[in-house]
Design a protein around this ligand. Structure first.
Ligand code: BES
Ligand code: MN
Ligand code: ZN
Length: 466
């Protein structure tokens, strides 16, 4: 009764994001009663409580614990068994929210914050569940939540690591480390890339001191009827090249391999989730730098599929590297190709930092990705492949040019990519907005890289509908 009265006094009405905490003053009560604080968190309306609500609340829980300096937290499962949300989903979402919220990138703190660990705050999370049957399902959800959160924070680490360290070679080495069991990894160096006619990507790489690498991962389960290719943009740093970026725009361009980081994070999860679909992960790792050897505006480069590209702006490098990566993926004849790329600033203007764009040649594929995005809290918005805008990327001297005027920059970039997937069902995710953020956009999204797409793609692949 006292708690209810207190909550009423605090005007707590259970909205999402609301909370009350009260000290129990246990030091004055009994030695056996170790709970120092009790927290009540709002879950919002019962009818709209989804897995993503629980995930968000998991994030709130970490913040609350931080505020009262609690290292150990015990909780019940939120929203379990109401309106389509079951124990397994609820516990998975809770673990994801907690682990993703508690993430910090400390690898480069020197003397100042020495000894701090990536787990920012909590050391123990206890889940109280008395129902035996629910207990087993909760364990299952917790295991899955752990795998997915860990894969996501791995992707975050890759993106947060400065470009001085996260070179194309480093990115390829990370892929190599994922090999084993049901995953094989093929690394192609500059020579191999030449032999494979990846001359568009090689042109982008030419200005850098760091040689490029092409990476092809394959996850092969025992029986698979379908084959999906996931392609990631892997520009380890985007200076813009000779079409140099202004200083402020360059500050966060270590994030430009975010697509590849998602591919690697996904494969890390696939190892444990073992869906029955064959998955190919492909990225061409390059650095986009200006130098005497750099590719230039006005150059014409040839992509792997034979198409020629007039370079108008060396800062539109993502699509040039993806031209080869997508051609390579199409040659594998998968049932679908999905690419993820921090492709355009225009997409950030259109949809902001919290929503990615999806372009697709196949409605079912687009719908399934949008659905998966809703479930995991990585929102996607379908955008149109406006046929008429193809004229904006038509070149007088080559098959295509790499920039268009007249606005719609995210759309023309997508239209450009479409030339390299042949007739294979394809979806393109422009993740320039959500891949990286320097403010906390959600309770489970701290400063820096998000690992956007790892959980979305895992969800999509686990649904068994391709
Ligand atoms: N990597 C950038 C896009 C980007 C912008 C990613 C902001 C993340 C945050 C991409 O290579 C780029 O520079 N795009 C240009 C294209 C333009 C030159 C046609 C852009 O968006 O300005
Ligand atoms: Mn660029
Ligand atoms: Zn870029």
């Amino acid at each position: 009764g006292a708690l209810i009265t207190f909550m009423k006094q605090q005007r707590f009405d259970g909205k999402i994001g609301e909370s009350v905490t009260f000290p129990t003053f246990t030091f004055s009560v009994s030695k056996d009663f170790k709970t120092k604080h009790i927290a009540v968190l709002g879950l919002g309306d019962r009818k709209t409580c989804t897995a993503d609500t629980v995930r968000t609340v998991g994030g709130h829980l970490v913040k609350l614990a931080e505020r009262v300096n609690a290292k150990t937290v015990a909780t019940i499962l939120h929203g379990a068994e109401i309106d389509g949300l079951n124990v397994s989903e609820s516990s998975q979402a809770l673990i994801e929210g907690v682990l993703l919220s508690d993430y910090r990138f400390h690898a480069f703190h020197g003397t100042k914050r020495k000894g701090e660990t990536p787990r920012a705050h909590l050391s123990t999370l206890m889940i109280a569940e008395t129902n035996r049957r629910a207990y087993a399902r909760a364990q299952e959800g917790i295991a899955r939540g752990r795998i997915l959160a860990e894969a996501t924070t791995y992707a975050r680490d890759l993106v947060n690591t400065p470009s001085s360290h996260m070179t194309p070679r480093h990115l390829a080495d990370e892929a190599k480390r994922l090999a084993g069991n049901n995953i094989t990894v093929k690394i192609m160096d500059e020579k191999d890339m030449e032999r494979k006619k990846m001359t568009a990507a090689l042109a982008v790489a030419r200005g850098s001191q760091h040689p490029p690498f092409a990476v092809h991962l394959v996850y092969r389960p025992r029986s698979a009827k379908k084959k999906i290719a996931i392609v990631g943009k892997a520009v380890t740093f985007d200076s813009g090249g000779l079409s140099l970026k202004p200083a402020e725009h360059m500050e966060t361009m270590k994030c430009d391999m975010g697509g590849a980081a998602t591919v690697l994070g996904l494969f890390r999860a696939l190892k444990f989730l073992t869906p029955d679909v064959e998955v190919h992960g492909i990225f061409l790792a390059v650095e986009n730098m200006p130098s005497g050897a750099a590719y230039r505006p006005g150059d014409v480069v040839t992509a792997k599929n034979g198409m020629t590209i007039e370079i108008r702006n060396t800062d539109a490098e993502g699509r040039v590297t993806l031209a080869d990566a997508l051609s390579y993926a199409a040659d594998l004849k998968p049932d679908a190709i999905i690419d993820l790329a921090t492709l355009t600033g225009a997409c950030v203007v259109a949809l902001g930092e919290e929503v990615a764009a999806v372009y697709a040649t196949n409605d079912k594929l687009a719908e399934r990705l949008v659905e998966a995005g809703k479930d995991v809290g990585e929102p996607l918005w379908r955008m149109p492949l406006v046929d008429a805008y193809n004229q904006h990327i038509a070149s007088q001297i080559a098959d295509l040019k790499n920039t268009g005027a007249h606005g719609g920059g995210s759309i023309t970039a997508a239209l450009f990519l479409k030339n390299f997937v042949g007739s294979i069902p394809w979806a393109h995710l422009d993740i320039a907005g959500p891949a990286y953020t320097e403010r906390e956009t959600r309770s489970d999204q701290p400063y820096g890289a998000s690992g956007y797409g790892v959980r979305l793609l895992a969800k999509y692949l686990m649904e068994r509908k391709y």
